[in-house]
Design a protein around this ligand. Structure first.
Ligand code: DC
Length: 223
């Protein structure tokens, strides 16, 4: 088993940015599990699968193979052998992933892949249920959060910088709905593991959060 760091938290808390930086500093592999759920969601969208029907989703799952590769330290996500890394970052794919990730059949499909990666290497893995379900024995667990307002403003800035027209109010509403779904589903809901360190990034810079996590990791690695 590698030395694994689990980072969980709601959408927009900065998990992937921070996990990527911390992984680089520590020389760990970064594993983004949200991308796996997004790749499955992309398949459902591309193939017009009725995501309100669990049986339809279960049937489609049989035709899906999700794999990951790392190129220059960057995770690449493959859906049925096709690299879809550039296609999964839309709001539509994210919201669909939030709905379809509640189905046990979807979660089962990705669990083995996630655990096998953590077995082979030192990883920083981020998601919603990493500390509670995927890697319950991880020696360091972080629950990274921020207020809805902060997360909304960050997302708004990101989109407007890319030239995407959007409304801050709608983004905050979307975030609230996603939190609600992710935290209240029956299987593997988003929650802080009992032994996780809570980090609220509302008033912290990316550098400060990264430094906090790297310091905790070094402490535990040498303990
Ligand atoms: O982190 P993200 O926005 O890329 O994740 C997209 C959705 O995938 C998220 O709303 C819930 C789901 N997800 C999950 O259920 N479990 C994970 N470990 C990661 C993501």
């Amino acid at each position: 088993m590698g030395f694994n760091i689990a980072i969980d938290g709601p959408a927009g808390a900065g998990k992937s940015t921070i996990a990527k930086r911390a992984a680089k500093e520590l020389g760990f592999l970064y594993v983004d599990t949200g991308a796996m759920y997004r790749a499955m969601a992309l398949y459902f969208l591309q193939n017009q699968v009725d995501i309100r029907e669990e049986a339809a989703v279960a049937g489609a799952c049989e035709d899906i193979k999700v794999t990951i590769e790392h190129r220059d330290g960057e995770q690449q996500i493959l859906l049925n052998h096709k690299n879809v890394t550039g296609l999964i970052r839309t709001e539509e794919v994210g919201n669909t992933a939030s709905v379809t990730s509640a189905y046990p059949v979807v979660r089962r499909k990705l669990l083995d892949l996630q655990r096998s990666l953590a077995k082979k290497e030192n990883v920083i893995m981020d998601g919603r249920d990493i500390g509670t379900c995927v890697l319950p024995d991880a020696p360091l667990k972080i629950y990274l959060t921020a207020s809805v307002e902060t997360r909304g403003e960050r997302r708004y800035r990101e989109l407007t910088e890319k030239g995407v027209a959007c409304s801050l109010e709608e983004i905050c509403q979307d975030i609230k709905e996603r939190d609600e779904r992710d935290m209240n589903r029956e299987i593997a809901p988003l929650k802080q593991a009992e032994d996780a360190v809570l980090v609220d990034s509302s008033h912290m810079t990316i550098g400060e959060v990264t430094d906090t996590i790297v310091a905790l990791a070094k402490e535990r690695l040498t303990a």
